[in-house]
Design a protein around this ligand. Structure first.
Ligand SMILES: C[S@@+](CC[C@H](N)C(=O)[O-])C[C@H]1O[C@@H](n2cnc3c(N)ncnc32)[C@H](O)[C@@H]1O
Ligand code: SF4
Length: 385
């Protein structure tokens, strides 16, 4: 291997599928109604292959350690399309023998035969959008599945894949601490390998945002949300699924390697409409962002071979990003690794944040305390201002 390849961070690929059968009222991801997808499977495969080839031209050194099919609802992708994309990735870079290959699924598009098809295509890990273990809450969230549907889909996923995870959204309007503890206990009773537990955020441009603006939707205040967060940390830890990142919980062997590598400063190629990526080219971190609208992106791939805009990150913004991402990890990041990414920290500022109980006092590692993990923007502002 060349010296350049040796010094490169590990490589992952994020691939975006931008369609959902229904758009949830809280979601501000790059999502579009599935019935508006007029392109054929052949067109999609050709476009993904073109953009993968473009990315390979810029970052040819493999192998690929992880692939993440995110969305949108990638479980609406035909199994053949998933298989075609993975074959192309393997052909271009080669997929590591133990590569982690995740796909996000919605319980309404996770029939057992389809999950088997995905397994044969090479998927090793499924992440299911359960959102709530309460049918009224699921209706409120605009979901079209029931608790029963989610439990069935998850049981199948646990049988079929090496690792299975689900997402839940808490700190919903009027959700009491006792109600969330009951829901979380129901979640833990399924013995998941991994859980992503997100506090509901009201994002501009969503239906929930409009309702909140009209005073018709209220999320728990900061204190109530902090109590819900604390209860989440202790219940999960007691069940053997401690947090390893702000919102992610797992025992060590089931941590999501793809996301963990990103938080540790790894490279990831963002393929598909609206996908973001980070690519090291000639030793410099670059950010890529693909066109958001599926039709525009498909046309750009047809005409130019990709829908990317690439920009070089300044040393200061690359350093800030490394700190921000690293502090999300419960174990933080070794200072020596951060220094290798260009991060120089001021000892006086570090000490002041340790004094305030927001950063841990551990030497050689930059690590937020549990309290600090909820205040990362504030920490960054004081640490790097
Ligand atoms: C791409 S989706 C997962 C797969 C699939 N689309 C689904 O929803 O079933 C990613 C996750 O982000 C979370 N999410 C999206 N918008 C959110 C918001 N406003 N607040 C909290 N969590 C949110 C949800 O838990 C969702 O499962
Ligand atoms: S939460 Fe999932 S299903 Fe709902 S709109 Fe967002 S990406 Fe689509």
């Amino acid at each position: 291997m060349s010296a350049e390849a040796d010094s490169l961070p590990p490589l992952g690929i994020y691939l975006h599928w931008p369609f959902c059968s229904a758009i949830c009222p809280y979601c501000d991801f790059n999502v579009h109604a599935a019935h508006k997808n007029t392109a054929s499977q052949k067109d999609w495969l050709a476009a993904y292959r073109a953009e993968l080839a473009h990315a390979h031209g810029l970052r040819p050194h493999g192998p690929v350690q992880s692939v993440f099919f995110g969305g949108g609802t990638p479980s609406l992708m035909p199994g053949d399309l998933v298989a075609g994309v993975l074959q192309e990735i393997d052909r271009l870079w080669s997929l590591a023998g133990d590569a982690e290959i995740t796909l996000e699924a919605n319980p309404v598009s996770a029939a057992e035969v389809y999950l088997q098809e995905l397994r044969h295509a090479g998927i090793t890990r499924l992440s299911l959008g359960v959102q709530a273990f309460d049918d009224d809450a699921l209706r409120f969230l605009g979901r079209t599945h029931s608790v029963n549907d989610a439990q069935h889909a998850f049981a199948a996923a646990q049988d079929i894949f090496d690792s299975a995870s689900f997402d839940l959204i808490y700190a919903r309007p009027d959700q009491s601490l006792a109600a969330w503890q009951k829901e979380l206990a129901a979640a833990l009773a399924l013995a998941p390998h991994h859980m992503s537990l997100y506090q509901l955020t009201i994002e501009p441009g969503t239906a929930f945002y409009a309702r909140a603006q009209q005073g018709r939707l209220h999320v728990p205040d900061e204190d109530a949300a902090a109590d819900l967060y604390d209860a989440t940390q202790s219940l999960c830890a007691a069940a053997g699924l401690p947090a390893y990142e702000v919102s992610n919980h797992a025992a060590l062997p089931h941590r999501c390697r793809h996301n963990q590598a990103i938080w540790q400063g790894g490279d990831y190629l963002g393929i598909g409409p609206g996908a973001h990526g980070r690519v090291t080219i000639n030793g410099i971190k670059h950010a890529s962002l693909a066109m958001r609208k599926p039709q525009d992106w498909l046309a750009a791939c047809r005409q130019n071979g990709h829908g990317w805009q690439l920009r070089e990150l300044t040393a200061a913004s690359a350093a800030e990003e490394a700190v921000m991402l690293g502090l999300r990890l419960v174990e933080g990041r070794p200072l020596a690794e951060l220094a290798a990414q260009g991060v120089m920290l001021d000892g006086t500022r570090l000490a002041a944040l340790q004094q305030d109980g927001l950063l841990s006092a551990q030497k050689d590692v930059l690590q937020a305390t549990e309290k600090g993990r909820l205040l990362l923007d504030y920490i960054i502002a004081r640490l790097l201002a």
